[in-house]
Design a protein around this ligand. Structure first.
Ligand code: SF4
Length: 254
């Protein structure tokens, strides 16, 4: 079994590493309550990226499931394998003059800092999104975290705790990005995760992507852009506007 994806086939990863000194390897597991402990509180399970893009393919989903099974059934074998693969990737990056970088929780939320993984590879950069505020400020210097927002009522203590820190908070918006949210400036987070990491106390705004079902989703994980001018119109249907990208071209009616 190979744990890491080292060919950058994930679109966001490809975009993030483009034009930088970094080459990124990622790890995609099959999320469940054990490896994403906040998924019920944040109500993010239904619209989780697990079923986006290649995640719809049976072979991809099977491979993610076997990696999750290995993590849950034999953690020490999983960690041994992970260490070996990180070492090999680090070596291959150095050979081509690139700096190695790892995103180990592409669709999971495992505190790898507690298992000493980033501490073993101090010359490598690690980054992840998390829904666990208790992890913030507790990772080594080479492991950067961003917090992931949801409006789910049971998750608001977590959001408050994250807002007290300096870490960037990501939020998914429908109908474009607002200028500010939660009293923080919103930046375009779709450009590069490697830039988002160092953006400080901002909202990393991610535009909602995907087909009709996700555009119509009522998930608290998706925020309707509070700045969308179309929302003032009685006939406004934010979901259709999001799809048609008309939200920002409507003119004020006298
Ligand atoms: S925590 Fe992230 S990876 Fe886990 S279920 Fe929620 S959205 Fe998916």
């Amino acid at each position: 079994m190979k744990l890491l994806n080292t060919n950058g086939s994930n679109t966001k990863i490809m975009k993030s590493q483009k034009g930088t000194e970094y080459k990124i390897a990622s790890l995609s597991l099959m999320p469940n309550l054990q490896i994403c402990p906040a998924q019920n509180l944040a109500q993010c399970k239904t619209d989780c990226l697990v079923s986006a893009g290649r995640g719809r393919m049976n072979s991809v989903s099977k491979s993610r499931q076997s990696k999750s099974d290995l993590w849950l059934n034999d953690q020490s074998q999983f960690l041994d394998l992970l260490e070996k693969e990180i070492k090999a990737f680090e070596k291959s990056c150095h050979k081509i003059g690139k700096a190695p970088c790892f995103r180990l929780n592409t669709i999971s939320d495992i505190p790898f800092e507690k298992f000493g993984i980033p501490q073993l590879f101090t010359d490598c950069l690690f980054y992840d999104y998390t829904k666990l505020p208790a992890r913030l400020g507790r990772t080594p210097e080479n492991y950067k975290l961003m917090f992931s927002y949801s409006a789910a009522p049971g998750y608001q203590n977590q959001v408050k705790a994250a807002l007290k820190t300096d870490v960037p908070i990501s939020a998914v918006f429908r109908s474009g990005l607002p200028k500010s949210f939660l009293s923080r400036q919103v930046i375009d987070g779709d450009l590069s995760d490697l830039k988002n990491l160092y953006a400080g106390k901002v909202i990393v705004g991610l535009k909602l992507k995907g087909g009709k079902s996700i555009q119509n989703s009522k998930s608290p994980f998706i925020v309707d852009n509070p700045d969308c001018p179309a929302q003032r119109y009685p006939t406004c249907n934010p979901q259709n506007l999001a799809t048609a990208k008309l939200g920002y071209i409507l003119k004020e009616v006298a």
